[in-house]
Ligand binder design. Structure first.
Ligand SMILES: [Zn+2]
Ligand SMILES: [Zn+2]
Length: 111
């Protein structure tokens, strides 16, 4: 699947670093490298450097491991109802699609 070949890039203006290791994702569908995330989101109120949204909620910013361990993957959704699991997957895929589309990659080649 072509979408999987794409690496997310830091959304910080002029950074565009390929994300690896840890990244910071926001409720406004932006994602940042560890350096910019930890710098920008340590101050309050946190403001998204890509779109200026206020990120005041507890879960508006998450620091996420991009290549989680097998153990984490085996356990993170365990116990949730199937519709909840699908809902989470759906939202995470929407985030991915948004990122890839906003980088103008992949979708232009679709008939
Ligand atoms: Zn960055
Ligand atoms: Zn944003």
């Amino acid at each position: 699947m072509a979408l999987c070949d794409y690496s997310l890039l830091c959304n910080f203006p002029k950074c565009r670093t390929k994300l690896s290791g840890f990244a910071w994702a926001t409720a406004c569908s932006h994602i940042f490298c560890d350096q910019h995330g930890s710098g920008e989101f340590s101050r309050t109120p946190a403001i998204c450097p890509a779109c200026s949204s206020a990120l005041s909620g507890k879960l508006d910013i998450v620091r996420t491991e991009l290549a989680p361990s097998e153990q984490y993957k085996a356990m993170v959704l365990v116990g949730l109802r199937p519709e909840t699991i699908l809902d989470i997957s759906h939202r995470a895929l929407a985030f991915w699609t948004y990122q890839v589309c906003s980088a103008y990659i992949c979708f232009s080649s679709r008939g």
